[in-house]
Ligand binder design. Structure first.
Ligand code: ADP
Ligand code: ZN
Ligand code: ZN
Length: 751
């Protein structure tokens, strides 16, 4: 007898363990780890779905009590057995149920009907067809049959679409002729290809001869690949425009030569036509992409092509990591520092770490690339865990842009109350006169940060969340919106607290910058790019391409605009308020500030003309701003790593956040305190427990939030704490019902 160990597909109930079922004889050949099955569950034998994680000969319980499973879920897609291992690792390292982890690694769980094109052709000889035509001609009601057969005699094969469309003949006519064995229908499965190849042909991508720096990196990486104990992880630290992408492509070529496959991750926002077409031009239809705007059907097709060996290179965001390639040879993570590689939902896995784990299963190589590497990765390269490759110069020999820092406090002293410094204003004027383009970067969407009362000082807050509402203005309507829960109201006339009518706006956002620019330079054409203007299917692509075609003089935007786009006519970049990202109180604030400014600055001067960058700030001495102004990563890193050492933050130590949420404030608070006390008693040497405290955003959508941070030099000890808490909660029924606990290893934001 064979048994299947399964994980049941029930999310709300805490049934996160393996259940065993016997496999009926007739199914024994077709059930494997990864198969989705239906099983009778619980006392009532309700039929539910489950994932098989293991097949075994050993009964774990009394054999007579083991129920047989029902059947394979119709139209389901099995999970690769290797991805089950990845899921188990994710569950263990990031905290989640196995069910959720499995769902994470299986991006589409059901077959989506393939789009099929039907073609109608003659099933008989031309002679026989002509005989049939003669026969039908005598009957007026058979006119459609005659029409179709006449055309088939001439053309041999006609697509169903043409017959039912252009010719106006119904499907029943085709079916009748098929029934009579006069015609046949042939189906081609057409994979929904997300890229329209025709537009690519026009693009024509040329292959460059690599320069000596690029060649050395390629040969170093391939050298390690061919050694039995070579380095698995490589970090390419190369300034923007240094030719990293060309290096990736050459490495991909080497892997493909060995008959292996490649996954390349790029941040979703950078998945633009411009970026992807280079890969299509080089590798043709062996490449595919996925992104979150694709339909489930389109994504299903791409995964199926990967599984069937129809493609060898998959490009996509975080989730592309789970492409079911049989013989994975390499995973490339471009812009490896990007925050989007960390999942915001449970399991909160990091694609970089998970990629390294998955690569380990295949003996595959991982390449991380960035102009501003994460402190973690650079540290691991310094400590020789990763192999470091440096590219200091731009390929073109073009210089990095000239950067000036403007101290906004001095502007104020000089009587300038505008959000634009005098320097920046002059330079914008100059670019407009020369017909060159400028980019203004503000890391906040909306209008003003918030509105508060000038009489009582209270900001307007969301009634459901512990955050200030953000001011927006759209076609004349002034309204306030919560960026956490979406709550929206018209801007009140009076302060809801004290009734004063003096409500003032503070802070800035993309909308107010756009408005101010238009006031100052009425003839300038200004575009704005943020989540509010890019919601459509190809929203951001449209704005980017319009801007690169020169349809605007100035582009105002959030961090969306700073990622990897190449605008050759941009010669000025203004960072309006470099401090915005510094105010965030989490330990990554400086790193993020440095990255944003450096990447923003990198947008300037990518064409013929030299670029200039103006950074406006209230803290010109802050090391992340000084280093970014000097485009000096090393200097930033030196400061950052000593700060992390001093504070015991990653990568020197490990930190995990445990977030408790509950609709009942008091209950949530008590539960968090109880659990914190238990952790403190757990006698793990060197464990540091901080909290519980109210989360930085103490309430979202009427749910209260409390947080505990735990720190330890050994990551495994944090995992131990997590396991202990999970077991404990399992034992306390009231916690199971009224409390939600989430783990975040390597938290990126403050809770
Ligand atoms: P990165 O990915 O580091 O930003 P890219 O690989 O996109 O850099 O290269 C920047 C530009 O230089 C691209 O337009 C690319 O086509 C060009 N380029 C890269 N390598 C070479 C080379 N060896 N010879 C000529 N041009 C190159
Ligand atoms: Zn007031
Ligand atoms: Zn809200």
């Amino acid at each position: 007898m064979k048994y299947a160990n399964v994980i049941v597909d029930i999310t709300h109930e805490k049934l996160d363990k393996v259940f065993q079922y016997s496999i009926p004889e007739e199914l024994s050949e077709s059930i494997h780890p990864g198969t989705q099955v239906e099983v009778p569950f619980g006392k009532g034998n309700r039929v539910i779905n489950a994932y098989v994680v293991e097949i075994t000969d050993r009964a774990e319980y009394d054999e007579s009590k083991i129920k047989p499973l029902c059947r394979i879920v119709p139209d389901s897609i099995p999970i690769e057995s290797q991805l089950i291992e990845v899921a188990a690792w994710i569950k263990e390292n990031y905290g989640s149920t196995m069910n959720r982890a499995l769902k994470t690694v299986i991006p589409v769980s059901r077959k989506i009907r393939e789009v099929r094109n039907g073609y109608v052709e003659l099933a008989c000889s031309i002679e026989e067809a002509k005989t049939a035509i003669d026969k039908f001609s005598s009957d007026k009601r058979m006119a459609s049959r005659v029409k179709l057969l006449n055309r088939l005699v001439m053309e041999n094969i006609i697509s169903e679409k043409v017959i039912t469309g252009e010719m106006g003949i119904s499907k029943s006519v085709i079916a009748a002729l098929k029934e009579m064995k006069i015609v046949d229908i042939r189906y081609d499965t057409v994979y929904r290809n997300p890229i329209h190849e025709q537009s690519l042909m026009k693009n024509g991508v040329k292959e460059h001869t690599l320069n000596e720096y690029q060649n050395r990196i390629v040969s170093d990486i391939t050298g390690e690949m061919n050694k039995s104990d070579g380095k698995r992880v490589h970090l390419i630290f190369g300034v923007t425009g240094s030719g990293k992408t060309e290096v990736y492509m050459k490495c991909i070529e080497e892997v493909l030569k060995k008959g292996k496959q490649v996954i390349m991750l790029i941040p979703e926002i950078s998945l633009t036509f411009q970026n992807v077409s280079r890969f299509y031009g080089r590798f043709g239809d062996r490449v595919s992409i996925i992104n979150s705007r694709m339909s489930a059907g389109e994504r299903y097709d791409q995964f199926k092509r990967a599984k069937n060996g129809g493609i060898d290179v998959m490009i996509g965001p975080r989730s592309a990591l789970f492409t079911p390639f049989e013989n994975l040879g390499m995973i490339i993570i471009d812009e490896e520092h990007d925050g989007a590689y960390k999942s915001e939902t449970v399991p909160k896995y990091h694609a970089r770490e998970t990629a390294i784990m998955r690569a380990g299963l295949n003996d595959a190589t991982v390449i991380l690339g960035s102009a501003t590497p994460s402190t973690e990765s650079y540290y691991r390269a310094q400590t020789n865990e990763y192999m470091l490759h440096v590219m200091e110069k731009r390929v073109s020999g073009r210089k990095l842009p000239r950067v000036q820092v403007v101290d906004l406090r001095q502007e104020l002293e000089a009587g300038n109350r505008s959000i634009f410094s005098r320097t920046l204003t002059e330079l914008i004027k100059d670019r407009l006169a020369k017909g060159q383009q400028s980019i203004l970067f503000v890391n906040r969407r909306g209008y003003a940060g918030f509105v508060s009362c000038r009489s009582c000082g209270k900001p307007l807050k969301c009634p459901h969340c512990d955050v200030s509402l953000t001011y927006h203005k759209y076609s004349g309507r002034e309204y306030m919106k919560c960026h956490y829960c979406g709550y929206t109201i018209d801007k009140p006339e009076k302060c809801p607290e004290c009734g004063s009518k003096y409500l003032g706006r503070f802070g800035i956002g993309t909308e107010s910058v756009q408005e101010k620019i238009s006031e100052m330079f009425p003839s300038a054409r200004v575009m704005r790019m943020d989540t509010d203007t890019t919601s459509g299917k190809d929203g951001h692509e449209k704005i980017l391409s319009a801007f690169s075609k020169g349809e605007a003089d100035i582009l105002v935007g959030t961090q969306m605009i700073v990622k990897g786009h190449d605008f050759s006519k941009v010669t000025l970049v203004g960072v309006i308020a470099a401090d915005l990202s510094l105010y965030a109180s989490d330990y990554r604030a400086s790193e993020r500030t440095f990255q944003l400014i450096t990447q923003a600055a990198g947008r300037a001067g990518r064409g013929e003309d030299e670029g200039e960058v103006v950074i406006q700030t209230y803290s010109p001495d802050e090391y992340s701003i000084v280093a970014a102004a000097g485009q000096n990563y090393e200097e930033f890193y030196k400061n950052e790593i000593s700060y992390r050492k001093m504070m015991g933050y990653p990568p020197i130590s490990n930190i995990a956040a445990i977030l408790f949420t509950s609709a009942d404030e008091k209950f949530g608070k008590n539960a968090a305190s109880d659990i914190a006390a238990r952790i403190k008693n757990s006698k793990i040497d060197g464990l540091n427990v901080i909290g519980p405290t109210e989360a930085a955003v103490a309430k979202i959508n009427d749910i209260y939030r409390f947080v505990i941070y735990i720190k330890h030099s050994d990551y495994n000890n944090l995992v131990r704490v997590k396991d202990g808490i999970e077991r404990y909660i399992e034992m306390v029924p009231v916690y199971k019902h009224k409390l939600n606990v989430q783990f975040d290893f390597m938290p990126m934001d403050n809770y």
